[in-house]
Design a protein around this ligand. Structure first.
Ligand code: NAI
Ligand code: MG
Length: 368
């Protein structure tokens, strides 16, 4: 039996509450014979309290050795005044940097039961299931020169620089194509080659990789402004969208809001493929933070965290049937009306975090 090594980093606030529900689901799969090996460690404010830094070297070592890291959330008012370099967020930044996580995956899934909560019409979003692959470590957020200077005439001048190299584009393109093969086999690549040189290079490189290595995957090119429009007009035309850091930041937020609550949004960050094992470093986390306003009350929606584990099943472990079953279980639980307060239908009773986790486990059992 293959063993999948998972490191759980629950973190602060609602992090541990939503992670507990994932542990129930991991336990259920384990009972069914899937070989998960889990370890748990501290990150964020809780690590700072224990070790004086946001992640210990031992925890970093465990993260390096794991097949996937599940990350809850970090931060909260208790640590607002700790020194900048050891603040809770530093734990996440260190993980991203040391694991080389250059690809950020943000799915937008619209469960039929929640389609009326979207700001768009039900028929536009019902059943939506797309992923935005955003390049995370290059582009205009990091390019040099980056400066704000005062000129001799007293005016100020600000410069940001968009830089991409062939290698950076090749590796993000491969992440997108690999992903599409595990989904509906279509990649939409988005840039602005009409006005940007990085866009010209982006399109060339993605086209070349597509032809040479992924001839079985459909590839289309969509200018980024048109992509934003299409996401709102007809999002179901997409499967995987691959784009740069800046456009990805914006497009993934648009896509996220097609589907409603922050408590529903999972994400993944992937690193380079190890040429020997073919495995990628990976970290899976909900998009939301530690929600101090509801922490400790059992009110948090665990579905973003559970959905993040679902992404790990699909993209790190290749457990496609298990991932499909988990998605189906979540959809059925939502349809049955078992929902936390953030997504409860008007006039219905909301349930607690644990009730949702229990209901998902029960549904997994019913589906098998
Ligand atoms: P937040 O995402 O924690 O909360 C925003 C609002 O959404 C709150 O009203 C919260 O109750 C609600 N919410 C979030 N997740 C929910 C869930 N699963 N179920 C139900 N409701 C949910 O963002 P906020 O308030 O800006 O930040 C709170 C703390 O979290 C800060 O310390 C911030 O630095 C940290 N943070 C950490 C992140 C991470 O660990 N990746 C990301 C964002 C914020
Ligand atoms: Mg953003």
């Amino acid at each position: 039996m293959a063993t999948h090594k998972l490191l759980l980093l629950p973190g602060d606030g609602i992090g541990p509450e939503v992670m507990r529900e994932v542990e129930k689901i991991v336990g259920w799969f384990r009972k069914r014979g899937v070989g998960f090996e889990t370890e748990t460690d501290l990150v964020g404010g809780s690590a700072y309290d224990a070790h004086g830094k946001a992640i210990s070297e031992a925890a970093m070592g465990r993260a390096q050795a794991a097949d996937a890291v599940l990350f809850g959330a970090v931060g909260g008012p208790k640590w607002d005044s700790v020194p900048y370099d050891v603040r809770p967020e530093a734990g996440l930044l260190r993980l991203r940097k040391d694991l080389g996580l250059f690809a950020n995956l943000r799915p937008a899934i619209c469960y039929p039961a929640l389609a009326d909560a979207s700001s768009l019409k039900r028929e536009v979003v019902e059943g939506l299931d797309i992923v935005i692959v955003r390049e995370l470590t290059g582009g205009v957020y990091f390019g040099e020169p980056k400066e704000l200077v005062t000129l001799e005439n007293g005016q100020q001048r600000a410069v940001d620089t968009q830089v991409y190299t062939t290698g950076e584009i090749e590796r993000i393109a491969r992440v997108a194509f690999d992903l599409a093969r595990k989904r509906r086999n279509k990649v939409s690549s988005s840039e602005k080659m009409n006005v940007m040189k990085t866009g010209v290079l982006w399109r060339q490189v993605v086209s070349r990789i597509g032809k040479a290595e992924y001839a079985d995957v459909e590839l289309e090119h969509v200018l980024a402004d048109n992509c934003a429009m299409q996401l709102v007009r007809n999002p179901k035309q997409f499967d995987v969208i691959v784009t740069d850091n800046l456009f990805g930041d914006i497009l993934s937020d648009i896509a996220a809001m097609l589907t409603g609550s922050l408590g529903m949004l999972p994400s993944a960050s992937l690193g380079a493929e190890d040429p020997k094992t073919g495995k990628r470093k990976a970290l899976y986390e909900p998009v939301h933070g530690s929600a101090p306003d509801i922490a400790g009350k059992g009110l948090a929606n665990p579905i973003a965290m559970v959905g993040s584990f679902g992404m790990a099943l699909r993209y790190s472990f290749g457990l496609i049937d298990e991932a499909d079953r988990l998605e189906k279980a979540i959809a059925n639980v939502l349809a049955s009306g078992v929902r936390t307060k953030d997504i409860a239908a008007p006039g219905t009773n909301a349930v607690g975090t644990q009730d949702v986790g229990d209901a998902i486990v029960k549904e997994l059992e019913a589906l098998s």
